[in-house]
Ligand binder design. Structure first.
Ligand SMILES: NC(=O)c1ccc[n+]([C@@H]2O[C@H](COP(=O)([O-])OP(=O)(O)OC[C@H]3O[C@@H](n4cnc5c(N)ncnc54)[C@H](OP(=O)(O)O)[C@@H]3O)[C@@H](O)[C@H]2O)c1
Length: 301
């Protein structure tokens, strides 16, 4: 009889981690430690836990994701996003485990005209982006079987994100200004978990896979202002009592100062993933509509 795999899922209290618990449940016995049990800010402590749990698959959505705060806490961001990832990757290499890791559009500087491809040169502009890039590099250097899934603008039902912030602000404020000169695509946390589950399934059937780095995002391109306007229109149509009378005002990034630099263009070319695995990624509007419907339904319970 085939034994179910042991799958370690880090960061299961986060947006993507929460969805991974659902998406991976059929694929093996899940170990989902909280940060008290498996603290990525203490990389030297991780090997002992890995030796105890012996996961055949490690899925790592955990990260230091506070992009602005990272500018003031570079050592902590690097410990969690780079040094701990290096420990996971080295352990995976030594124990023939599969590592599925999430990374970010912030490894790019945003200067490209078109969508970013996996092999485009990284040039992170923030401490967060730099730490995530070093985490990626550590995985490639360790040589374990891995998928690095680079994504952008994650939004889920569970956890904090831009979509939920816009709904909250539209309910409480009579005016709202949103940046209109940063482009990308909102990506559902559930999609990121489903892609990981699909890749894990393939590896469970056959270990010989085109491992490596892939971009995963909803299709199409928008900016934060258009995205906010779209979500708020959905809420208005659904009868939410909004304090915001009009659509949000469009502003430039230079009029909304943030500590960490953001890429002007975060669009990710996902054709490598779609062609390699025959996967279909949804349009961002469909993803956002579905996510909004889930939030709206939960509100009516
Ligand atoms: N959010 C985005 O817009 C975005 C965009 C591009 C890429 N990504 C990448 O996608 C992945 C998933 O993002 P997400 O939005 O799901 O993140 P998230 O909601 O911020 O969740 C982060 C998770 O990491 C855990 N974590 C943080 N520090 C930890 C530590 N020291 N030890 C153990 N766990 C720790 C958190 O646990 P606690 O609950 O204890 O804090 C939480 O479960 C990350 O790799 C991120 O870099 C995210």
């Amino acid at each position: 009889m085939t034994q179910p795999a042991t799958i370690l899922v880090t960061g299961s209290s986060g947006q993507v981690g929460f969805e991974l618990k659902r998406a991976l449940a059929l694929h093996g016995c899940l170990i989902c430690p909280d940060r008290g049990q498996f603290d990525l800010s203490q990389p030297a402590t991780l090997t002992a836990a890995l030796d105890t749990w012996q996961p055949g698959i490690i899925v790592n959505p955990a990260a230091y994701t506070a992009v602005d705060r990272a500018e003031d806490e570079p050592a902590l961001a690097h410990a969690i996003n780079a040094e701990a990832v290096a420990v996971l990757a080295r352990w995976a290499a030594a124990n023939n485990a599969l590592l599925v890791h999430y990374s970010t559009d912030y490894v790019f500087d945003g200067s490209k005209d078109g969508a970013w491809c996996e092999d485009d040169a990284a040039n992170p502009q923030s401490v967060y982006g730099q730490s995530k890039w070093l985490g990626e590099e550590a995985i490639r250097h360790a040589g374990c079987r891995h998928f690095i899934l680079r994504t952008s603008w994650v939004a889920g039902v569970y956890g904090q994100n831009f979509l939920k912030t816009m709904l909250r602000l539209a309910a409480s404020r009579d005016s709202l200004a949103v940046v209109a000169d940063q482009f990308g695509a909102p990506t559902p946390a559930s999609l990121l978990a489903d892609v990981a589950a699909n890749l894990v399934t393939r590896c469970q059937i056959h270990a010989d896979q085109p491992y490596g780095t892939y971009h995963v995002a909803a299709q199409g391109r928008t900016n934060w202002h258009e995205y906010a306007s779209f979500v708020i229109a959905l809420a208005r149509d659904a009868g939410w009592p909004l304090a915001l009378a009009d659509a949000p005002r469009a502003i430039a990034s230079r009029d909304y100062l943030q500590k960490a630099a953001r890429p002007a263009n975060s669009s990710l070319d996902c054709s490598k993933l779609m062609q390699s695995f025959g996967l279909n990624l949804p349009q961002w509007q469909d993803s956002v509509r579905q996510l909004f419907q889930t939030i709206d339904n939960a509100r009516k319970l």
